[in-house]
Design a protein around this ligand. Structure first.
Ligand code: PEP
Length: 252
């Protein structure tokens, strides 16, 4: 038995009306409804969660959201809580995506609140970290990743087993530039060492670390064959059923 089952998640971002989302989810379901080798997750926009959830009901494909608020309820106009996501049968939630950090000012402390709220509601958080090109070129990649991982996951120990980390170098997101498998492996192994420091080696060995950043059918196999790359968080290529399914097959 493999220690870590691969997990491939499609982050549809702010794309797809309900009808388009139903079409895409149906096409993915046709190929992956019975997929047991890899955990497959679809993360449509909030507006399409219910419709996509109905389509993938009774399959092995799971539903995820792209964000949530840390409070259980209250006067937070425009926000969505963990229990609201559970209500729609979400299993996962992406937290601290670089687009949330860049455009909506999410800090590690905010992400940490959200991670704890997600776990309290039995949602599995996919926690995103990654450096900018400027930071990489200045030789600060490890420092940046360490700050983000420790800040986003502080105060968790055994619960870390429920967390998925996504390493997403910002310069590779939506740019067509992918980290080389060696670069990604190095970052993933480093993240696992940080996780060991936050908990213990046994716990850190169970945590799945996804790679994200222009993963496509053409580069997925090499990336997914690295020892510490346990899956992918897919943006652009997840909007096309054929590409997404092909990436999942490379993870099998
Ligand atoms: C993402 O935004 O999580 C992502 C990995 O996007 P893309 O695959 O388009 O680079």
């Amino acid at each position: 038995m493999k220690l870590r089952k691969k997990i491939i998640a499609g982050n549809w971002k702010m794309n797809k009306t309900v009808g388009d989302a139903q079409e895409l989810a149906s096409a993915v379901k046709l190929e992956l409804a019975e997929c047991r080798e890899v955990d497959v997750v679809l993360c449509p926009p909030f507006t399409a969660l219910k419709a996509v959830g109905e389509i993938i009901d009774n399959t092995s494909i799971k539903l995820g959201a792209q964000n949530m608020h840390w409070e259980p309820d209250g006067a937070y106009t425009g926000e969505i809580s963990a229990s609201m996501l559970r209500d729609l049968y979400c299993h996962y939630v992406i937290l601290g995506h670089s687009e949330r950090r860049t455009y909506f000012g999410e800090t590690d402390a905010i992400v940490n609140h959200k991670v704890k709220a997600a776990l309290d509601s039995n949602l599995l958080p996919i926690v995103c970290v990654g450096e900018t090109l400027e930071e990489r070129e200045a030789g600060r990649t490890q420092e940046v990743i360490q700050t983000q991982v420790e800040g986003s996951l502080s105060g968790l120990a055994a619960e870390l087993k429920q967390v998925i980390v996504a390493y997403e170098p910002i310069w590779a997101i939506g740019t067509g530039r992918t980290a080389t498998p060696e670069m990604a492996q190095e970052a993933h192994a480093f993240i696992r060492r940080i996780l060991t420091g936050l908990s213990d080696a046994e716990t850190a060995e169970t945590v799945r670390i996804q790679y994200g950043g222009s993963m496509k059918p053409g580069n997925a196999e090499e990336l997914l064959s690295q020892p510490d790359i346990d899956g992918g968080l897919i943006g652009g290529a997840a909007l096309d059923a054929r590409s997404f399914v092909e990436i999942v097959r490379h993870g099998m």
